[in-house]
Design a binder for this molecule. Structure first.
Ligand code: BDR
Ligand code: CA
Length: 312
């Protein structure tokens, strides 16, 4: 099994991605580390632990991460994910607590303990990942890859050119893209194609499984901002890098040199992708990122349904 840590801001689509990862049986999930993004950090480990209680998961540690981006305040995505980052489903209170360890040390210690290089799956702002790379310069040699949801080669969802995760902590994204670790970037270019229809949400509910019911409850809330814009689809963004790790033929990628605009006025956190321009000279600027641009939606949706069935 592939050893992984999942760093995330759970989060409706984050939870869906974690369910997909567990259900696939392909990963040795060493821990879930939380980062502020969809909600403030005070809510997120609790969200994750409550989800695990509901799904009967007892063997995956959950950690708090770093409470703020490198620069400036948290700007949680309340309009999309609600006050807690996971509004909608009603959970029982949990008796469990996050593991009490510094997140950078946990990531490094865990990577060192794996027999094979570890994959970091990053589904939120990159604050924890960047801080761990800085705190432990040797970490990059212990990583097979960082498979992330974030960025966009084309247009954004917060600003015209900026995707939320990179926009929330552009400095962290910049550090990660300069680190020299192979990156899979599943940005909006691909995640806007990996949609669930509202009919499919109803089919998830109709399964009657614990997994299908939880997904339907989450997507009922999460779809609201899309339906208010007249769009009849749900975007399980964070499941896309997980789907690629499960079966790389589901998601198409091309290698590019990508750099992050840290100080842009209208391009804060933009993932500048050198499709053309100076970085497209592969001799001078070797690609640092596999940029996902398309997916086989039918097979992607099958993975979502497999996860919904797996949690009986
Ligand atoms: C990203 O931001 C969050 O809303 C989602 O969880 C996803 O990681 C999409 O821009
Ligand atoms: Ca996320």
């Amino acid at each position: 099994k592939m050893p992984v840590i999942i760093d995330c801001d759970p989060g409706h689509d984050d939870v869906g991605a974690i369910m997909m990862a567990i259900a696939s049986g392909k990963f040795d999930i060493r821990g879930i580390t939380c980062v502020p993004g969809n909600g403030l950090l005070d809510y997120l480990p609790d969200n994750m632990l409550k989800v695990f209680d509901r799904l009967g998961i007892t063997d995956i540690p959950v950690l708090r991460g770093i409470a703020k981006p490198f620069r400036g305040p948290c700007r949680p995505a309340v309009s999309v994910h609600g006050r807690t980052g996971l509004d909608g489903p009603v959970f029982r209170p949990t008796q469990k607590a996050p593991l009490d360890e510094n997140v950078c040390d946990f990531i490094y210690r865990t990577a060192c303990s794996c027999d094979a290089p570890m994959t970091l799956i990053a589904l939120g702002p990159l604050t924890n990942v960047a801080a761990a790379l800085l705190a432990h310069p040797d970490l990059k040699h212990k990583l097979a890859r960082i498979a992330l949801m974030g960025g966009s080669a084309a247009s954004g969802n917060v600003d015209p050119a900026s995707e939320f995760n990179f926009w929330h902590d552009p400095d962290a994204a910049h550090i990660v893209f300069q680190a020299g670790v192979p990156i899979l970037m599943c940005g909006l270019d691909v995640t806007w194609k990996a949609v669930l229809t509202l009919e499919e949400v109803e089919q998830l509910r109709a399964l009657g499984t614990t997994g299908g019911t939880l997904m339907a409850e989450m997507f009922d809330y999460y779809k609201m901002y899309r339906t208010s814009e007249g769009l009849g689809t749900v975007l399980p963004h964070d499941s896309v890098p997980v789907a690629w790790l499960i079966d790389s033929t589901i998601v198409k990628t091309r290698p590019y040199f990508v750099e992050i605009d840290v100080f842009g006025q209208r391009t804060r956190g933009c993932s500048v992708t050198h499709v053309t321009g100076p970085g497209s000279d592969r001799q001078a600027c070797p690609p640092n990122t596999d940029v996902a641009y398309d997916c086989d939606r039918r097979r992607f949706v099958q993975l979502v349904f497999s996860a919904a069935r797996y949690f009986a």
